[in-house]
Design a protein. Structure first.
Length: 259
């Protein structure tokens, strides 16, 4: 797995999303994703699946498939937990059953500025205590990131936001990249519902790839970290098979401006 590095963070170039990945079937899908080569697993207290993520990680380590230090586990604190971040972090860590996570995010900038600042300051404390290696935010605007700067001492290493060729918040991406904040792209496949787009299909045909692979390749070439979710093994495999082709400048421009 290749990594993206800034002055603040070293992170795999692609991750595995786990929204709506649940139960035994979900645990198996997560273990399969690790077998297939994913190293970044994205969960959240809100997903109510931290237990199966932790179990899948522990099982994969026990089976000798991977070492803990080669995995990159992310979780997030949800707005209804902002008033007491310490308890929320303890709860998530206990569900995960891990000694540390790699990245802890404030999931949404909901609630008052005071409350979301309290949550972020709680993550800063977890960082000091070694509970997490990096901290960041999710769904934050430029203004909300700037508000944080006056109220915290650790800048976010990541902003996880909805990005795909169909949803391209260019000013936010440029601002984050200029400020050493990695953009993780969530819903990078638009749930697999945009593959009929003619331009996308044509570009996919040019490279003998699927429209979804082109969407992920676009993300990676933009310097984003896409987090595709896939229960199906075939999807998991296809979504990692995006490192043997390059989109040309013209193709990238067409994808930036999809009709
Ligand atoms: N921070 C936030 O607020 C936030 C919000 C939303 C999502 N996220 C994160 O981002 C992750 C991904 O987003 P998402 O789950 O919303 O959507 P997504 O990854 O864009 O789409 C997932 C859907 O696409 C299908 N799929 C996967 N690979 C495919 C392929 N190669 N070809 C065709 N279809 C394919 C999957 O099917 P199968 O499952 O059947 O394989 C699944 O139905 C989430 O799981 C979560 O970790 C974060």
């Amino acid at each position: 797995m290749d990594y993206l590095s800034t002055n603040r963070i070293k992170i795999p170039v692609i991750g595995f999303g786990t929204w709506d990945v649940r139960g035994e079937k979900g645990r198996k899908a997560i273990e399969r994703s690790i077998e297939n080569g994913y190293r970044l697993i994205d969960t959240a207290s809100y997903y109510e699946n931290e237990e199966i993520v932790g179990k899948a990680v522990r099982n994969s380590i026990e089976k000798g498939l991977v070492n803990r230090e080669d995995l990159f586990i992310t979780t997030k604190i949800w707005p209804n937990e902002f008033s007491d971040p310490e308890t929320a972090i303890e709860r998530s860590m206990s569900k995960l059953g891990l000694d540390y996570v790699d990245l802890y995010l404030v999931h949404w900038p909901q609630n008052s500025l005071d409350l979301r600042t309290r949550a972020y300051n709680g993550l800063e404390k977890a960082l000091e205590e070694g509970i997490t290696k990096y901290i960041g935010v999710s769904n934050y605007s430029i203004e909300q990131i700037e508000e944080l700067a006056d109220r915290s001492s650790t800048p976010p290493a990541v902003n996880q936001v909805h990005v795909s060729p169909f949803r391209y918040p260019r000013p936010l991406i440029e601002y984050c990249q200029d400020n050493e904040i990695v953009i993780e792209a969530y819903t990078p496949l638009e749930h697999g519902r945009q593959s009929d787009n003619r331009t996308l299909r044509q570009i996919a045909e040019n490279h003998d790839k699927t429209p979804e692979q082109v969407m992920l390749r676009w993300s990676v070439q933009k310097g984003l970290v896409p987090l595709p979710k896939a229960n199906r093994p075939e999807h998991q495999r296809l979504n990692l098979d995006i490192f043997d082709f390059v989109l040309g400048d013209d193709e990238m421009r067409m994808l930036d401006n999809l009709p």
